[in-house]
Ligand binder design. Structure first.
Ligand code: FAD
Length: 688
């Protein structure tokens, strides 16, 4: 292979949809060398996913573009349920809030996937200083893992041959080529064939170029028909249903009163419709197609499906209201099914994420969110391990944490989509029909799951809680270090120190004030996605002498040359590069002084930049934005406080007393590469 170019890369990401871009964003934010390839020549411009959960917005905010999505999106505040009345005509039967009140500082919004991909691309460009770009029209041709090298931290054990496509080869075919309207059938699950082999052959026969890449890690984010998954030999487990749904993005002309609300409409006999009001006057309709059914092979004939047929179905469901349109932005159709992969990784060197490992119906607006969240879980782990900051053993937690979420998603979708596709029951004796009470109940319960905020990770090296470590795909248990194995009693005691900060869940947010300038912040805004672990010191009442002595002692241990904080920090790097310490105290802001009352390690000094004024916060009343009452809401004792470890993805890993320093030491020994020698921090030492 003398003339095929070869190169090394830390991380190769295959597929630049929402999950691949999330993985790339982490590499950019962690400063890891990465390449991203996608077989298509453009990103998505219209259609596809549009719903964004609260949790996805919190994540966007931690990456730095939550404001862009929030501003451009349509905000959905209410869900209206429409069901047949006693005369069989549809009427509004219920209204519920779209997002459970008080759950997050964000509510659910809708914006098309293409805009979200744009925000990611801009963010990746900025944080990678334009070094990570999506290479379009490029796809993998072969993938091999050198198993003898997988445990070697410095090795590049995954070899991938990449092939460059021509412009034409990389352009997806539209269903109706004469139409000006974009369709998404080429990405729909109504298409069974995989075009990779074809594309590769075409490129080979015209002498197209290829190259060989040796990667430390590969992340396969190549969607529902994932080539990477097939290369690893994993099949999706699950089943398809007979329900076929169409999707249209239109500007509707209608007398239906709730067209700007999210609606679930069950007609008596003509199927169901979901209305999703969108940005720019668009409305997305999810329309059950009763006239199209799968053939004997279980597959629907996609050539029969056209926008006219889909729209006629919508008109029947929404009757007696009129529905029409002049402008259609995009349409597609899909067959409902729920599938999940048995394994999410091979040798902890090749990982799969997003639709590549779980597929389901799009109506609950979960796919893009859960797919991005897979890579929000995985990206920092791979990034920190590739950089030599974290231990390889943390990688096993990806599959254990995310496979369970995928299974929950599949179960949720299974129940939800059957209730949605079923005919409404005529009365209580109608056993074949779906009870509308049950549907509403499922919808309300589903709302918690659908917010993305119910995720609660099990015990691992990264999450110190009691209970059985999660099983891996092969039946073995996920790695737990000594520090992370605790009894149920010990766990209850720890959780009792901060009842509002559940261990294993994402760090909840309440407002606190910056001690130095009195500005209110939602505390989560301080937990940026920059690859750093965080220690949150609830310092309690620092004006009490005994409590102050506890804080001083804690800080002395933190500052000691041999302890984890310095041992985790590379020589010469600022002391907060790997682990950042943030403080929230409960004394009155105006009675306390940053330099007088807080040890230096809580607001480190640099010769060039002076003290760090962004690390100490106070739970006090603000001038303009009320009182966050953070200690009460977090369930932390105002006098004694406690200490919390948050992972780089904001999930809570450990809670302890200020005296439990040794356990923190063990936590970080379990997951980070600690240098035996003292890391020099010229900046801090200079003032001593
Ligand atoms: P994809 O978005 O499929 O991205 C995969 C990428 O990999 C593509 O860019 C593709 O070109 C590339 N690729 C594929 N094969 C190769 C290869 N061999 N080599 C290189 N590159 C390759 N989700 C929501 O959260 N909310 C919604 O409201 C919602 N609505 C939806 C509506 C519809 C009609 C559909 C079809 C889906 C909807 N989804 C929704 C689901 C959502 O679109 C997907 O779950 C999400 O796009 C998955 O992201 P991904 O990055 O894993 O995969």
């Amino acid at each position: 292979n003398g003339h095929i170019p070869e190169s090394n890369i830390d991380v190769l990401i295959i597929g630049a949809g929402p999950s691949g871009l999330m993985a790339a964003a982490w590499m950019a934010h962690c400063g890891v060398k990465a390449r991203v390839v996608d077989k298509r020549n453009t990103k998505v411009f219209c259609g596809q996913a549009d719903g964004l959960q609260c949790r996805s917005l919190e994540i966007f905010d931690s990456l730095g573009f939550g404001d862009r999505a929030w501003k451009e999106a349509n905000h959905m505040l209410e869900i209206c349920m429409w069901n047949p009345g006693s005369d069989g005509v549809i009427c509004r039967s219920d209204r519920i809030p779209d997002t459970i009140v008080g759950l997050s500082r964000f509510q659910q919004i809708v914006l098309q996937q293409g805009r979200i991909e744009r925000f990611f691309l801009d963010n990746i460009k900025k944080y990678s200083k334009d070094t990570i770009k999506v290479e379009r029209g490029v796809l993998p041709e072969s993938l091999e893992i050198d198993v003898s090298k997988v445990e070697d931290d410095s090795a590049y054990p995954v070899t991938v041959k990449l092939r460059q496509l021509s412009e034409e080869e990389a352009t997806p075919k539209q269903q109706i080529t004469a139409s000006k309207v974009n369709d998404g059938i080429f990405r729909s699950n109504l298409i069974v064939e995989d075009d990779e082999d074809d594309l590769i052959k075409k490129s080979q026969s015209r002498g197209g170029s290829s190259e060989i890449v040796h990667a430390k890690y590969v992340i396969g984010c190549d969607g529902a028909r994932s080539w990477t998954r097939r290369a690893l030999g994993f099949d999706l487990d699950g089943e398809a249903t007979d329900f076929i749904w169409g999707v249209m993005d239109i500007i509707p002309i209608t007398d239906f009163p709730d067209i700007r609300m999210r609606c679930a409409i069950h007609s008596a006999e003509n199927g169901s419709l979901m209305v999703i009001p969108r940005e720019n006057k668009l409305v997305r309709l999810y329309i059950q197609l009763k006239e199209v059914t799968p053939d004997a092979s279980g597959r629907a004939d996609r050539t029969k499906i056209a926008p006219e047929l889909i729209f006629r179905s919508a008109q029947k469901i929404i009757a007696p209201y009129n529905l029409d349109y002049q402008y259609c932005d995009w349409w597609t159709a899909y067959q409902i099914g729920q599938r999940v992969a048995p394994k999410f990784e091979a040798h902890e060197r090749v990982f799969l994420a997003g639709d590549a490992v779980h597929t389901h119906s799009p109506k609950a607006g979960q796919g893009m969110n859960v797919s991005m969240q897979d890579c929000f879980n995985l990206g920092w782990k791979v990034g920190l391990v590739a950089k030599g900051v974290a231990k390889r053993s943390i990688l096993s937690s990806y599959q254990s944490e995310r496979r369970r979420v995928a299974q929950d998603l599949i179960d949720f979708d299974h129940r939800f989509s059957r209730l949605f596709s079923g005919r409404p029951a005529k009365d209580v004796m109608d056993a074949e029909g779906v009870s509308m009470e049950e549907f509403k109940d499922a919808f309300e319960k589903g709302n918690m799951f659908a917010s993305g905020l119910s995720v609660n990770y099990g015990p691992s090296t990264l999450i110190v809680k009691s209970g059985d470590a999660a099983e891996q795909g092969d039946g073995s248990k996920v790695a737990q270090s000594k520090a992370t194995q605790i009894t149920a009693d010990a766990f209850a005691k720890r959780q009792g120190l901060a009842t509002g900060i559940p261990i294993g869940m994402r760090f909840n947010s309440f407002k606190v004030l910056n001690q130095s300038d009195a500005r209110p912040w939602h505390f989560q805004e301080r937990l940026k996605a920059d690859g750093r672990f965080r220690i949150i010191l609830f310092a309690g009442n620092v004006l009490d002498a005994a409590q102050k002595a506890r804080v001083d002692k804690f800080c002395e241990a933190l500052d000691a040359p041999t302890n984890f904080l310095r041992a985790a920090t590379p020589g010469g790097a600022p002391i907060d590069s790997v682990i950042e310490v943030l403080t929230i105290h409960s004394s009155k802001r105006t009675d306390t002084e940053l330099l007088r009352d807080f040890p230096e390690i809580l607001h480190p000094f640099s010769e060039q930049h002076g003290w760090d004024y962004n690390k100490v916060f106070v739970d006090d009343v603000s001038y303009h934005e009320g009182f966050g009452d953070a200690y009460v809401n977090y369930g932390v004792d105002k006098e004694r406080g406690c200490v919390v470890i948050a992972r780089p993805d904001q999930y809570v890993g450990w809670i302890g007393e200020l005296e439990d320093f040794e356990e923190m030491q063990q936590y970080f020994e379990g997951c980070l590469v600690l240098r035996g020698t003292q890391a020099t921090n010229g900046q801090t030492l200079a003032v001593r």
